[in-house]
Design a protein around this ligand. Structure first.
Ligand SMILES: CC(C)(COP(=O)(O)OP(=O)(O)OC[C@H]1O[C@@H](n2cnc3c(N)ncnc32)[C@H](O)[C@@H]1OP(=O)(O)O)[C@@H](O)C(=O)NCCC(=O)NCCS
Length: 172
């Protein structure tokens, strides 16, 4: 398994956009499949933010995570950037893939000089807490309770290892 920049796998964009849209389409007004697809095509043009990292097993796409300038507009006054769109395909879950993607995104953010990275989550507070994220605020988004969490990427990487370098491929 390896983490790679989405720009190396443009053929994955359509499937990934479908998965993302199925998972979160109902949460965001106007976030159509076409918009989700266009965002990923845009991410494929760069490894600086905003961008998306993929977890690949051979030619198989297992999951992805994005580093975004803005995630939910209503939370934008809390800061930027955000980790978002963490997704592992259902048959690959429970084997550490989600953990690996989050750690790769944090390491990539550290390499980009991000001082504080945030995310919001509905159901996965414990998962992120186990990866060093801290609760910043409990609030609501369109009437749904969410938890805003943050991490200092440079400190986390100093604790866990080298920054992810999107120019190279990382193997187990
Ligand atoms: C959340 C998601 C990415 C986790 O992926 P995964 O590959 O199953 O996660 P991992 O196998 O790396 O799990 C790592 C650890 O977190 C735990 N964990 C996973 N989901 C959890 C949850 N909701 N609450 C608490 N712990 C959780 C696992 O048990 C595992 O613990 P362990 O290391 O002690 O065994 C995956 O379930 C998914 O894609 N869900 C749909 C999209 C989604 O909800 N994304 C998150 C948006 S905030």
């Amino acid at each position: 398994m390896r983490i790679e920049a989405i720009g190396r796998h443009p053929a994955c964009i359509e499937s990934l956009a479908r998965w993302h849209h199925q998972e979160w389409g109902a949460l965001y007004d106007g976030w159509t499949l076409d918009v989700a697809t266009a965002e990923l095509h845009d991410h494929a043009t760069r490894t600086s933010l905003p961008t998306t990292l993929l977890l690949m097993d051979g030619d198989d796409l297992l999951g992805s995570v994005s580093l975004l300038i803005e995630d939910a507009p209503a939370l934008q006054d809390r800061g930027s950037p955000w980790l978002g769109s963490l997704f592992v395909r259902p048959e690959a879950r429970g084997r550490g893939s989600g953990r690996r993607l989050v750690e790769a995104a944090v390491a990539h953010a550290a390499g980009e000089g991000v001082a504080v990275l945030r995310l919001f989550t509905l159901w996965h507070e414990d998962f992120y807490a186990s990866l060093g994220w801290q609760v910043e605020e409990r609030t609501s988004l369109h009437g749904t309770p969410v938890v805003i969490m943050s991490i200092r990427p440079a400190l986390r990487v100093a604790h866990t290892g080298d920054p992810f370098d999107p120019a190279r491929t990382t193997h187990d």
